[in-house]
Design a protein around this ligand. Sequence first.
Ligand SMILES: Nc1ncnc2c1ncn2[C@@H]1O[C@H](COP(=O)(O)OP(=O)(O)OP(=O)(O)O)[C@@H](O)[C@H]1O
Ligand SMILES: [Mg+2]
Length: 456
Amino acid sequence: MEQSVLQGLTGLIEEVVTFIIVAGMVLWISPLVGALSILPLAFAFLFIRIYNRRVKAIYDGVRKRLGKIGSFVQDRLAGVQVTQSFGREPAEQSDFDARADQFYEASVGASRLRNTYFPVVSAFGFINNLVMLGVGGWLIMSGSGAFTIGALLAYRGFWWRLQSPIRTIAQTSDILQRARAAAERVMELLHAPVVVTDKADARVWEASKGEIVFDSVDFSYQPSTPVLRDVSFRIAPGEFVAIAGGSGSGKSTLLNLVPRFYDVTGGAIRIDGIDVRNFTLASLRAPMGLVGQDNYLFDGTVRDNLRYGRPEASLSEIEAAASAANAHRIILDLPEGYDTRVGQNGVKLSGGQRQRLSLARAFLTNPVVLLLDEPTASVEPESESLIHDSILRRTRSGEGTTILVTHRIDLLRQALRILFFADGRLSGDASHDSLIATCPEYAEAYHRWEVEEEVK
Ligand SMILES: Nc1ncnc2c1ncn2[C@@H]1O[C@H](COP(=O)(O)OP(=O)(O)OP(=O)(O)O)[C@@H](O)[C@H]1O
Ligand SMILES: [Mg+2]
């Protein structure tokens, strides 16, 4: 594309210069015949401009529709189980067909327009030829002496010189229109949220301590809607902190900022005294464990899944991590123990089993920083208390820093320190008892969670 744009542009400049010289010559030989033969070319220019305006919308449409099909397919494949469970396959199929048809129509429309464009531009050239011969011939016949056969022959020679710039302009502007549509799509992608990358002089995090400091952190996904505002706190190495707050208050976002899935938009996050943006992503993330509400398990055996973060782990280490996550017993109960295949995304396991395997997977890497995002949100009650036990056991042994997002009341009561978020701001930082006494927003939220759990 770049090649053709460049070739088109240099060709265009040559042609335009030649055109101006030749146009001057034909006007000089005979102002009347010259003007009349250049006139159709002016219409050709006008036509090219109108075409450009129309084709812009059509090329944009083709690109956009193609992009939409891509994101549609990606989205629906990820949610294929939901589609199947609601029996919506036929509806999704026809939705896809409709999108494919729209893309087809748009592509055909673009081809059709281009197929009329070039012949019409050539036609203007022939009209110009016709006018030249007609008017020139008529002037010679009329014998006025204003025009000679010699001049007409010269004009015949010039004709191609006048005609070919129009073709070149037509071709170049079509190439430019297509390049522009492609470039706009690229720009859209470039302006999408910036992918976090290593700095050129990024350093390795030694992961010795695991102290986490948020220093006046602001964050927003879109500039217009702040998600975290002026958040400051310090978590000591080996400390266990719970994070609580209403839905949408920014808890998951905050966890995702620590391993730099996103970069802060204001302030800084420092780990062991250094801004996380100065570390290589690999060294920052490897010593961290992240367990969320929904953790992907790969289609392989239990053992393969557990050692995903540390492929060289020995059997006894794997079993120790599984025991710590209260998963060892349930694994042994599976048909083939550690060799049981879990199916794609662990479909052959219950929610509680999946969650405990994810926890064991994280434990196995001995994370210096463990980030837990409501790890018992979709888990049966007996699994829940076992998961809570294993988390609390780790935090008491001080094996690493642990941040746990939760609104489970037994965990909140046992946490020595709770960071309570309301509307993106840190509105309380203390133990459960003192928050109840000093932070009315926390007290209110806590009572709501208490009622929710009783109802369960
Ligand atoms: N990828 C994203 N792009 C744009 N906005 C987002 C994105 N993820 C979250 N948000 C918005 O940021 C805000 C905070 O979301 P976040 O998931 O951090 O809340 P939360 O406290 O974890 O909520 P919950 O308790 O429901 O899990 C919400 O308003 C949400 O709509
Ligand atoms: Mg969340």
